[in-house]
Structure formats: structure tokens, C-alpha cells
Design a protein around this ligand. Sequence first.
Ligand code: B12
Ligand code: SF4
Length: 475
Amino acid sequence: MRILLTVAPEIRAALFPMSKVQLMGAKYPPLGVLYLAATLRQTADHELRLVDAWDFRSSTREIEPLLRSWQPEVVGISATTFVFGRVVELADLAKAVNPAVHVTIGGYHNYFFPAETLARPSVDSVVIGEGESTFAELIDALAHGRSLAGIAGLGYKVDGRRQWNEPRAPLQELDRLPFPARDLLSPGQVYTYSADSDVKTATILSSRGCPYHCVFCSAAERYYHTRSPENVLAEMVACRREGYRQFNFVDESFNLDLARVKRLCDLLIEEKLDATWTFRGRVDRFDEELAEKLSRARCTRINFGLESGSDRVLQTIPKGATTADGRRVFTLCRKYRLPTVGYFIVGLPGETDEEVGQTVRYAMELRPDFAQFNSPYLIPGSPLYARAIDEGVLDADYYRAFVRNPSGVIAVPVYLGRRTAAQVQALVSGAYRRFYLRPSYLLARLRELRSAREFWKKFKIGLALIWYVARRRSA
Ligand code: B12
Ligand code: SF4
């Protein structure tokens, strides 16, 4: 069969304002569909194409010439809720070009809104949860003209009526998955980790799910499952041969299992892999031995979710980590010269202005290389989103209303509590000003610059940051 996989375009349009600054010039490969493609290749010989719509500038219609010339029999679209209007536009377009095409939708969005997605006239099926096995079974059934009944994790239509199969259990052995089919990425696309790097970067996943319940987060997979360090190393070595020189681990919480991460570091040190890497981690799962190994294994950035400088607030969200953990870990990171990014949230439920001040002082004390201060964004599936609806902070089920009547891209709302939007914005921009506009901070960053090129890249980010702060101030 001819199968076209694509991700919804306009990812950037749906980003939080500061993520836009952070991601200036950066671009991540869409790992979910690359896993689907690799799994499919293992079982059958289909023609596969991938369109990463991240770069679509004009409209979803940029995909139309390919739909017409190649005539795919299946179109699989990866969806997030924020760009669901664009997902539907793509699905409608695929059906308009060829009414016989099977349109299937997968992605994080389906954890929360599978029924609304399948209700769209141009959608034939939805895949809920991890998609590798479900998608492979779906394609096999379509290729052989079999019924779709019995394919776990699938919702589909029979004569326009919606049918739901049993849920799909999480994959048990992630090591058995093939490595993502990165060869499908267009050779012309340059994927890089961040605005200050132009090194060919691979996104990579060493674990799935997260057992924590942070109030602002929507990690839908509570079941935490991991790959072995040996299997992860093998993928990194294979990527290195394809020219990747940096790895961006996109695990929800990379360092939950300390022994596993230490073993991966040992393997990387032994392998002397000529590549750097970065991950998103927690401060309560970190010790000196790990810091030392990370440094030797060429880990060049750790993104820590610190959230607040108040232990009272940390308990209420509930982060499961303390400010003492943060202080201990940042001392270790400085000792072993591990670059860090600290993620903070200001304006959390019940948080006082004094506690917001504590967060900013905490950020300055920890001295991460970069800090990101977000408002409490309301993400579908997060406990905070449900709470905002209960408290009447949001008028109605904001996202459900959007996915029932989707159009384009939806803005991510903010939990305001007793504050106004202007007050929350003032807290955020105040935090940025206090953190970034310190002579000691600016001097430290200037000292690190290695080339004129790096200077210009960082200068542009700096300008974007100043513009963001100034705009918020006048908003
Ligand atoms: C990398 C990433 C990004 C990148 C995306 C770039 C890219 N090309 O991948 C960037 C930085 C741009 C980004 C932006 C945002 N992100 Co993001 N991101 C992630 C992250 C860390 C990894 C995604 C990933 O690769 N996962 C690994 C793959 C294997 O999983 P997967 O994509 O879910 O795919 C599986 C299934 O979903 C399914 N599947 C997926 N696609 C398809 C398609 C078909 C046809 C089928 C059948 C199945 C299928 O099968 C796959 C294999 O099992 C996740 C957290 C996570 N660990 O998943 C958050 C996450 C997806 N992001 C999230 C959020 C909130 C955002 C932002 C709003 C945040 C912001 N800072 O502004 C924006 C929104 C942008 C948008 N338009 O949607 C939330 C989504 C919450 C929600 N309820 O939808 C997550 C879950 C983080 C979290 N825990 O809250 N993100
Ligand atoms: S914020 Fe991190 S630790 Fe908390 S639930 Fe989400 S992924 Fe897990």
C-alpha cells in the first residue's frame, strides 16, 4: 500500500510565547511517526512517505500536490489538540482529493479526545495510545480487506457508525521496537536542538510514561517503561554513523531510574561516542556519582523541571521534590560543569506574590545557564485544566468546545486564579527581567562565546527575549 505519514503543521503557532524564543532556529524530528514507519517496515513491504509539516508556511494545501501525484491509499496524521483545526484541514483535503483514502489519526491528542476526532466526517479511524502495533495491524487489515474489529487501541467506522475496540495495553518490551525510521526524513531538512546550536540532532526516547502527577502536566502514560541502556546505545551508535552529532532525549523524566542512567553513561564513556546529548530530568533522582558520569559521557545540557522556590507550593502541585534537592543538584552540576536549564512556573494556584519572589530568588541562587519562567498554562488532560473548569476560571470545557468545532490553531489558556491576565504577565516578565538583566549573568554568558557566529545567534535570541519582556510589560 502507499502510506503517507504526516504531522500537523503550525507547531510553532501553538507554542507558549517563551518556547518560541527558545526554539528560534531549532527543529525536532517527529519521533512518533518515525517509530510507526519503522515498525511497519518490519512486518510488510509498503511504500512509505513522510511529510514533516513543521515548515509549512502558507497552508495545509502545501501537501496537495503530493496527495494528487502520489495518490496515497492511507494517510496517517499525528495530532496534538492545539493544532487540531489543521489536522482536520489535512484530513478533509486528503478525502477531497481521493474519497477512497483511509484517514487515520494518532498522537497525544487521542488520549483525551478520541470520540470527537472520530466524529469528523473525513476521519476513518483513530489510534489511541502507543501506536506501533495498532497501526501495523490496521495497515495489515486494510491491505487484506479484513474487518478492523479486534484491533486493540483502535476506534473506527462501519457505514458511518463509530465502533470502539478494546484498549491497547502498553508495550512491554521497548527493546523489541525497531529504531525510528530516520531515513524517511527529508535530506534537505536540518534538525537542530536549540537556537544556539547548528549540529545535526536526533530526538531519542529511552523511556515512556511518568508515574508522577504534577498538577500542570498531562503526562497521560502513567505506566513508566524503559529501554535497556545497551539498546539505547546501539541506536545512538547507528545515528552517529548517519551523521547525527547531538541527541535530545524527549523522555518525560529521563533520570527516574538512577542505575539505568548510570549504566548508559558508562557505556557511552566506553564507546567514546563523538556526540553530545541532553535530557529533561528531576532533581530528586540525582546524585554525585551520576553528575560525574554525565559529565564524562558528554551530556551537555540538563533541563530540570524545578517549578517553584517555595517548598509549600512544591508540595501542593505535588512535584515530589524539594528546594533542598534543587540546591544540592545545582551545586553538583556546577562542580562537574554540566550546563543546565531551569524551568519555573509563576502564578501557580494559591501562590502568593511573596512565593513568586522566592522562585525568582531561588532561580538566581541556583544559577542555571538559562531559565524559563512560564505562566501556569492549562494543558488538556492536566489536573489543573480540570480544576480551572470546576472553579469557573475557564468558562467551559475550552478544548472540548474547540475540538468539536475546530478551526486552525487554539491558544493555550493560562490559570489565572484570583489574578488578572495582566498581573500574571507582569509576574512572568518581572521574573525574566530580574533573572536575565543582571550584569553578572550577562558577563558570564559573554565569556562563554566562542565565535562571531555564536554571538549573532545568541544576540538574536537576546533581542527576542527583550522584545517579549517589553511587550508583556506594555500588555
Ligand atoms: C518533542 C516534544 C515537542 C516538540 C515537538 C516537535 C516534534 N516534531 O516532535 C515541540 C518542542 C515543538 C513541542 C511543542 C509543544 N508541546 Co510538546 N512534547 C514533546 C515531547 C517531549 C516528546 C514528543 C515525542 O516525540 N514523543 C515520543 C513519541 C514516540 O510519542 P508520541 O509522539 O506520543 O507518538 C506515539 C503515539 O502518540 C502514537 N502516534 C503519534 N502520532 C501518530 C500518528 C498516527 C497516524 C498514529 C496511528 C499513531 C501516532 O504512536 C507513537 C508511537 O507509540 C512530549 C512528551 C513525550 N515524552 O511524549 C511533549 C508533549 C507532547 N508536548 C506537550 C505540550 C503541552 C506542548 C506545547 C503546548 C508546549 C509549549 N512549550 O508550547 C507545544 C505545542 C505544540 C503543538 N503544536 O502541538 C504535551 C502535550 C499535552 C497534551 N495534552 O496534548 C506533552 C505530552 C508534554 C507533557 N507531558 O505535557 N513538543
Ligand atoms: S512534570 Fe514531569 S515529573 Fe511531573 S508528571 Fe509531568 S512528566 Fe512527570
